[in-house]
Design a protein around this ligand. Structure first.
Ligand code: DX5
Ligand code: ZN
Length: 228
């Protein structure tokens, strides 16, 4: 299993985002998680495609390798902003199916732009829509907090949902990443992985500490087989 750690810049210092992106990549991030909130679908407001475009050149390792930008859209409606983020350099774009009137169309629109497409499930949202679209997506994102804010506590029922999503991925035979978002820390990441997740968003756990590398290294150590 290749695990990926995706720091959420929601908890970064917004006055110096470019440097924060470079620093957290230098500390070992696999992806950069970009939380887009519209004060409509969720009661908070963050950043739009212009900020994504501005950060794109910073999303590189010190040796120049591109690091994927993982856009998590908490917006309603979805399609126009998804297209704008594709143009702004997003590599993966995920949206909440309950925020789109036409989920299949939104997925196709994201893929037509050359991006990977993901579906995001809130804590009380069932996975049923996957019956019809799992063949068409690249990523499932399970929310382990209610979307809108960083720094909330992990909701345990997300573990059962991760297990259910992993079963669906296995049954599909497709190469689909299973990401979990919200309340992930060094001391619970292993449980989330054991439930079947392979990609971990972490905002406050990483940006809330002065040494990003120490946190990311501790997460990887917790994920290493010996730690199980
Ligand atoms: C919440 C966001 C998360 C958030 C996670 O709506 O989707 O990505 O940044 O933050 P932590 O890791 O602090 O729970
Ligand atoms: Zn997120």
């Amino acid at each position: 299993m290749t695990y990926r750690i995706a720091p959420s810049i929601l908890s970064a210092d917004f006055s110096r985002l470019g440097q924060e992106v470079r620093d957290v990549i230098a500390a070992g991030s696999d992806w950069i998680h970009f939380d887009v909130m519209d004060n409509h679908y969720v009661p908070n407001l963050t950043f739009g495609p212009m900020v994504c475009a501005a950060l794109k050149p910073h999303a590189r390792t010190p040796s120049g390798e591109a690091v994927p930008i993982d856009v998590h859209l908490m917006v309603q409606p979805v399609d126009a902003l998804a297209a704008a983020f594709a143009d702004a350099g997003a590599d993966l774009i995920s949206f909440h199916p309950d925020a789109s009137a036409h989920v299949h169309r939104s997925i196709q629109a994201i893929r037509a732009k050359g991006c990977k497409a993901g579906l995001v499930f809130n804590p009380a949202q069932p996975l049923d829509v996957l019956d019809w679209v799992i063949e068409d997506i690249d990523l499932i994102l399970i929310m382990s907090v209610n979307p809108g804010f960083g720094g909330q506590g992990f909701i345990d029922s997300a573990l059962r949902k991760v297990e259910a999503a992993r079963r669906r991925i296995q049954a599909s035979g497709k190469d689909i990443r299973l990401e979990v978002d919200g309340g992930i820390k060094v001391d619970n990441i292993r449980r989330v992985a054991d439930a079947g997740a392979d990609t971990f968003v972490a905002g406050s756990a990483i940006f809330g500490r002065p040494d990003y590398r120490a946190v990311i290294d501790a997460m990887r150590a917790a994920l290493a087989p010996a730690a199980g």
